[in-house]
Write a protein that binds this ligand. Structure first.
Ligand code: F6R
Length: 366
C-alpha cells in the first residue's frame, strides 16, 4: 500500500508530478490559451465582476490560500483577503452578497472551515470550495467548486494536497485574469505552456532527495529553525516551517525575510539553521541582503536557489537547486525540497512521520 516507500508521506511527496498532472488534466489547453473549470462555469460572471475575494481555510490549506492571494491579485487584479476560518467565524466579519468566498480544505470536513462557510452563506456571499475528498461535507455546502484530484492523502502532514491546492488556485487566477482581460492572450499561452511542464519539473526537483538527506543529517539535532521567503515564497516558508514542526517536533517559524530584522534576528547564532527561498525572481537581490544579515551573525544558511545560481552559492552553507521557472510557478517547486527536508529530519529523529503525536488528519471539532 505504501508502494515500496517507507512512509505514506514519502510516497505522497513522490506522487506530486502525477497529482499535479491529474489536477490540471482537462482543465488547461495551452495552444488555445484556454483554462476550463467545469465546476465554476456557471459563476464566470461572478468571477469577472466581483470586487473582493475572501479565502478561508486552516493550516496548510491556509498557506495555499496565501499563495492564491498573491496569484489572484497579481494576475486577476482582484483584492483578496486570506482568513483563518477559526478567526473569521467568531469576529462578526463584514461580508455581503457581493463577496466571493473560497474555502480550501483537503479533507472537506474541517469544522472551523465549515462554520466559516455557513456564516458567509447566511450573509449572502457566493461560496466556492477547493477540496480533495470527493463528496465530503464542504463540497456539499458550497455553491460551486473545483476538486484538487490529488488522490487519497494518508500521511497526516499534507504534501500533495497542498501542491494540488496551489495548482487549482493558479488555474483560478489565470481563468479569472482571462475573463477580466487583465492578462494578454500571448502571456496566458506562455504561462499555460509552462504550467503544462510543471509535473516534469517537479520530478526533476525531487532528484535533490539524496542531497537533502545529507543536509538533514547536519541539522537534525537543532532545537529551532527559521524559514524565510518574500512574495509568494513567504507562504512557502510558512509551509516549510509547519512541515518541520509538526513531524519532527523541532520548533520552526516562517517569516517574510524582511521582517527578520524586526525581531527574530535576535535568535540567530551558530546553532540556528535558516532556510531561505532565494530563487532568481523579483526579490532576489533583497533576499541576498537578508542572507548577508544572517551570515554576519553566524547563522547557517540553507538556500533554495534556481538551477545554476552562483551568487547565493558563495554565501550559503548549503544550496538546494530547483529548476528555473517563471514567478507564478515558484511555490510549486520550492515546496518540494522543504517537504523532503522535514521528512528526513523527522525520520532521523525517530518520529512517527505519518502519524505525528496529537494530530488528526481530519479536524472535525473546533
Ligand atoms: C498540516 C495539515 C493541517 C491541515 C489543516 C486543514 O500538514 O495537514 O494543517 O492543513 O488541519 O485541513 P483541511 O485541509 O482538511 O481542511
Amino acid at each position: 500500500e505504501k508502494g515500496g516507500y517507507e512512509h505514506f508521506m514519502l510516497k505522497e511527496i513522490y506522487e506530486q508530478p502525477r497529482s499535479i498532472h491529474d489536477c490540471m488534466r482537462g482543465r488547461i489547453y495551452p495552444e488555445q490559451g484556454k483554462v476550463q473549470l467545469g465546476g465554476l462555469k456557471e459563476y464566470t460572471e461572478k468571477l469577472k465582476n466581483v470586487d473582493r475575494i475572501i479565502i478561508v481555510a486552516c493550516g496548510t490549506s491556509w498557506h495555499a490560500g496565501l499563495v492564491g492571494e498573491y496569484l489572484i491579485e497579481e494576475y486577476a487584479r482582484i483584492p483578496v483577503e486570506v482568513e483563518y476560518a477559526s478567526e473569521f467565524r467568531y469576529r462578526n466579519p463584514i461580508i455581503s452578497e457581493k463577496d466571493l468566498v473560497i474555502a480550501i480544505s483537503q479533507s472537506g470536513e474541517t469544522a472551523d472551515t465549515m462554520a466559516a462557510i455557513e456564516l458567509a452563506k447566511e450573509k449572502g456571499a457566493t461560496i466556492f470550495g477547493i477540496c480533495n475528498v470527493v463528496g465530503a461535507s464542504i463540497p456539499r455546502i458550497t455553491h460551486a467548486g473545483v476538486y484538487t484530484h490529488a488522490g487519497p492523502e494518508i500521511g497526516v502532514a499534507s504534501t500533495k494536497a497542498f501542491t494540488a491546492q496551489v495548482t487549482v488556485l493558479t488555474l483560478i487566477a489565470f481563468y479569472t485574469a482571462q475573463q477580466r482581460g487583465t492578462i494578454t492572450q500571448s502571456k496566458l499561452i506562455e504561462y499555460l505552456t509552462e504550467l503544462n511542464t510543471i509535473p516534469q519539473l517537479v520530478e526533476q526537483a525531487l532528484q535533490v532527495n539524496n542531497h537533502v538527506h545529507a543536509i538533514a543529517q547536519k541539522f537534525k539535532d537543532s532545537a529551532n529553525c527559521l524559514f524565510l521567503g518574500r512574495g509568494s515564497s513567504f507562504p512557502v516558508a510558512l509551509e516549510g516551517a509547519l512541515k518541520l514542526k509538526e513531524i519532527s517536533y523541532i520548533h520552526a517559524e516562517g517569516y517574510p525575510a524582511a521582517e527578520m530584522k524586526h525581531g527574530p534576528i535576535a535568535l540567530i547564532d551558530e546553532d540556528m539553521p535558516v532556510v531561505v527561498i532565494a530563487t532568481k525572481h523579483s526579490s532576489y537581490e533583497k533576499v541576498i541582503s537578508n542572507i548577508q544579515e544572517v551570515k554576519a551573525r553566524g547563522g547557517h544558511i540553507i538556500a533554495i536557489v534556481s538551477e545554476g545560481d552562483k551568487e547565493v552559492r558563495e554565501m550559503a552553507d548549503y544550496v538546494i537547486e530547483i529548476p528555473q521557472v517563471s514567478e507564478p510557478f515558484v511555490p510549486l517547486l520550492a515546496t518540494i525540497p522543504l517537504q523532503l527536508l522535514a521528512y528526513h529530519i523527522a525520520v532521523m529523529r525517530g518520529c512517527n512521520v505519518d502519524q505525528p503525536r496529537n494530530l488528526a488528519k481530519s479536524v472535525t471539532v473546533e
